[in-house]
Design a protein around this ligand. Structure first.
Ligand code: ATP
Length: 247
């Protein structure tokens, strides 16, 4: 690179930290998230842990803005955030009934990028994530691991400031899981803040810089990963790490 401005690099104001203050979510009289207070800082890899049903997916949806808090607040640093500045990838990727390349190009079109810029970005993304040979395949016919790789690559192509990942490896075998973990680490190296849920302890240990541990819709702990894994404070976190906490 010779200093030419990358048209995809965001010149927008930083959207982080994201501050949750007493955030809760109640639906049909059931309180599913309660009194969550934490700050998600820029440039970190935050792993959201907890047993099945602890509220990890709801927490990510709340942060991403798919659901609104029914109590407390969930505020980005610069107020209103544009959609492309923070992306989310789900357990089962949502792909268009189009080719791999077209899936990558579509959100760039929505961003209003010129055709040449889009095509360059698609080629760069395909190359970077080993998808070039699959460029013309129908996305929905890819294997589960390939589909998830495409979903992550598509998110990366938009250069979000924050990427939310909801159990992205839950349906994948160990080798596909390893590829996704490598991609997540690369995203971090590119400066993208990662907020990712998993109930896979090994994966959490491999990826976490910080841990948020949820239990029954409440935040039990939010600490740097090394301290959390060495000496969890909350009894439920301790039990989870020992393999004793089922829910
Ligand atoms: N729209 C809803 N209405 C009622 N209950 C809901 C709704 N969405 C989620 N829940 C419940 O809220 C709880 C937390 O769900 P969530 O999907 O966030 O858990 P999770 O920690 O991601 O679990 P898992 O690891 O199994 O994916 C669960 O008991 C779930 O059944």
């Amino acid at each position: 690179m010779t200093g030419a401005r990358d048209p995809l690099c965001s010149a927008d104001a930083p959207i982080l930290p994201l501050s949750l203050k007493g955030a809760g979510y109640t639906v049909a009289g059931q309180t599913l998230l309660q009194d969550i207070t934490l700050r998600i800082e820029a440039g970190r890899r935050l792993i959201v842990m907890g047993a099945n049903g602890a509220g990890k997916s709801l927490f990510l949806r709340l942060c991403h803005g798919l659901i609104a808090p029914t109590a407390g607040h969930c505020d980005w640093a610069n107020g209103a955030v544009r959609a492309r500045e923070q992306a989310m990838v789900f357990q089962r990727p949502v792909l268009l009934r189009r080719s791999v390349a077209a899936n990558l190009e579509y959100p760039l079109t929505l961003m209003g990028l010129a055709r040449k810029t889009r095509r360059n970005s698609v080629a760069q993304t395909l190359e970077r994530f080993g998808l070039s040979a699959l460029a013309n395949r129908p996305a929905r016919l890819l294997s589960g691991g390939e589909q998830q790789r495409l979903a992550l690559a598509r998110a990366w192509a938009m250069r979000p400031q924050v990427l939310f990942l909801d159990e992205p490896c839950s349906a994948l075998d160990p080798s596909a899981t390893r590829i996704i973990e490598e991609m997540v680490a690369q995203f971090s190296d590119d400066g993208i803040t990662i907020v990712m849920s998993t109930h896979d302890l090994g994966q959490a240990r491999r990826l976490a810089q910080d841990v948020a541990f949820l239990h029954r819709g409440r935040l039990s702990e939010h600490r740097p990963a090394a301290a959390f894994f060495a000496d969890p404070i909350a009894p439920e976190a301790r039990a989870f790490l020992a393999g004793d906490l089922v829910w």
